[in-house]
Design a protein around this ligand. Structure first.
Ligand code: ZN
Length: 500
């Protein structure tokens, strides 16, 4: 048995190295590659992803999983080894559940669908995308059947993003949250005092913005000896390998806040990956516990810290130094402006109060599609109806409605709830941090962010994927997902900002 475990670990280590090479090529593809290199790069990435796939479903891997992923064997393993068997075993079984021909058809379909989606979005014409999406929904249904499910086919897809989460549990969380959130947004809009925004209009030179993002990353403790920041169209964080976790951002000279909060957000993801225990290197466990937990770490830094008054007490002088046009703008005015709430059409531009409402409608549509309760052709109308009901705004066209997100064209069903869970977990985890770190707000106001970062490292980051998300959340906060913490946080903060 010891031999088999050692061989398994060696095998996974080799898989990790292939993954690292793939990651570097991906990073380059989205940052510095010259235009002419895309076609060749796609072929190389295709080859590497095929090699990874083959390693994951190989007879050798099947042998390891058969030998090790049995209760009588697993129970005798240490926590980390047991987690490796759990994580790799699940990946192996799920990849094997999809017949290679079906998977290949799926890859071809989504690749065509993404081109069609881009055109449909540019022309704001859902009909151009509809036939592609119909095929993709059919694939999603087939995949759910292949993976297997008990209560709802959607659960089978959620497993990729948030292991252990179910459609039923999400519906409960959403029901509770929506009941409070919708009237709260209405109250803010009707009775609240809107922040002034005029001083955020104008030109903010991008070199100075870059300096500001670097200062923010240094402040939160992002390790530049183990990473770097570059620019891209759609910011992301990527781990190339041990000691190399890179972030990206993008600058718009007319928008001071977008690059800054994007950098803090990606920096939050990067702190997670930089904080993993060195024993997890090349084990397949050196990643976040789930998409939702990963997102909670980025949201925690972006919103709970980055949009808090204590943060701006220490960071605002940096902004004023780099952008003298803000010299006359008081801290309090600036703080209120970075917390503008505005029901809007586009998810990625949504503020922290209205963001989850965008996710709720996507979740409900996805579950309806998977369960054949709704058809693809009904999506534009259902989308617009839900926008009006939840946010009080109606998209004037498909481009700013049902066609805005890339996810469905790539076949990512079950992905959206991670964003909402990230917001909810962030509030829940921060609530625990406040209790456990003495005078956390005071420390943040002095620019001393390391106690929070060290606390996260100790309680969350170092474990990687050792724990399932629910177990990890319980271990950190003493309870399962509880949207009450988010609602408490939002209510207290925004009643004060909007002077209610
Ligand atoms: Zn994120």
């Amino acid at each position: 048995m010891g031999d088999q475990l050692d061989q398994f670990k060696e095998y996974v280590r080799e898989m990790g190295k292939l993954h690292a090479a793939t990651a570097l090529l991906h990073w380059d593809q989205r940052t510095y590659i010259p235009k002419g290199g895309h076609e060749g790069r796609a072929e190389v990435l295709g080859k590497l992803s095929r090699m990874s796939f083959e390693l994951l479903v190989s007879p050798q891997m099947a042998g390891f999983i058969e030998g090790l992923d049995r209760p009588e064997v697993k129970d005798g393993l240490g926590g980390q080894d047991r987690a490796m068997v759990r994580v790799l075993g699940k990946e192996h079984r799920r990849r094997k559940a999809i017949p290679p021909d079906l998977y290949e058809q799926f890859v071809i379909t989504t690749s065509k669908a993404q081109t069609a989606w881009e055109e449909a979005r540019a022309k704001s014409d859902f009909e151009l995308f509809r036939p592609h999406l119909e095929k993709i929904v059919e694939f999603a249904r087939q995949f759910a059947e292949a993976y297997g499910w008990k209560e709802n086919p959607y659960d089978a897809l959620l497993e990729d993003y948030e292991p252990g989460m179910t459609a039923r549990e999400l519906a409960e969380i959403i029901g509770e949250l929506r009941q409070e959130l919708v009237p709260f947004v209405q109250r803010l809009m009707e009775e609240g005092k809107q922040p002034a925004m005029d001083f955020l209009r104008g030109e903010f030179p991008t070199e100075k913005q870059e300096e500001l993002t670097l200062r923010a990353l240094r402040a939160i403790g992002y390790d530049f000896e183990a990473g770097r920041q570059d620019t891209t169209a759609h910011p992301f964080t990527i781990t190339i390998g041990p000691g190399d976790v890179r972030v990206t951002t993008r600058f718009h000279s007319h928008d001071l806040l977008s690059a800054l909060f994007s950098s803090i957000h990606e920096g939050g993801h990067a702190l997670y990956d930089q904080g993993m225990a060195s024993e997890l290197r090349w084990t397949g466990l050196d990643d976040g516990a789930s998409m939702g937990i990963h997102e909670s770490q980025s949201r925690l830094w972006e919103n709970l810290v980055g949009r808090s008054r204590p943060f701006w007490e220490f960071f605002y002088p940096s902004v004023q130094e780099l952008f003298p046009q803000l010299e006359e703008v008081r801290l309090e005015e600036f703080y209120r402006a970075v917390n503008l709430v505005e029901p809007s059409l586009i998810r990625v531009e949504a503020d922290e109060v209205t963001y989850n409402l965008h996710i709720m409608l996507r979740f409900e549509l996805e579950v309806g599609l998977l369960n054949k309760r709704i058809e693809v052709k009904e999506l534009p109308d259902l989308w617009n109806g839900a926008m009006e009901e939840y946010l009080g705004v109606v998209p004037p066209d498909d481009k700013s409605g049902v066609l805005q997100d890339v996810h469905w064209s790539a076949g990512y069903f079950g992905y959206f709830p991670s964003y909402m869970l990230g917001n909810l977990y962030a509030a829940q985890i921060f609530n625990t941090a406040r209790k456990e770190i003495p005078d956390l707000e005071g420390k943040i106001a002095q620019g001393n962010l390391s106690p929070l970062r060290e606390w996260q490292r100790e309680r969350i980051h170092r474990f990687g994927r050792i724990y399932e998300p629910k177990d990890l959340l319980k271990k950190i906060t003493g309870e399962g997902p509880n949207p009450g913490h988010f609602m408490d946080y939002i209510t207290e903060k925004f009643e004060e900002i909007y002077q209610l």
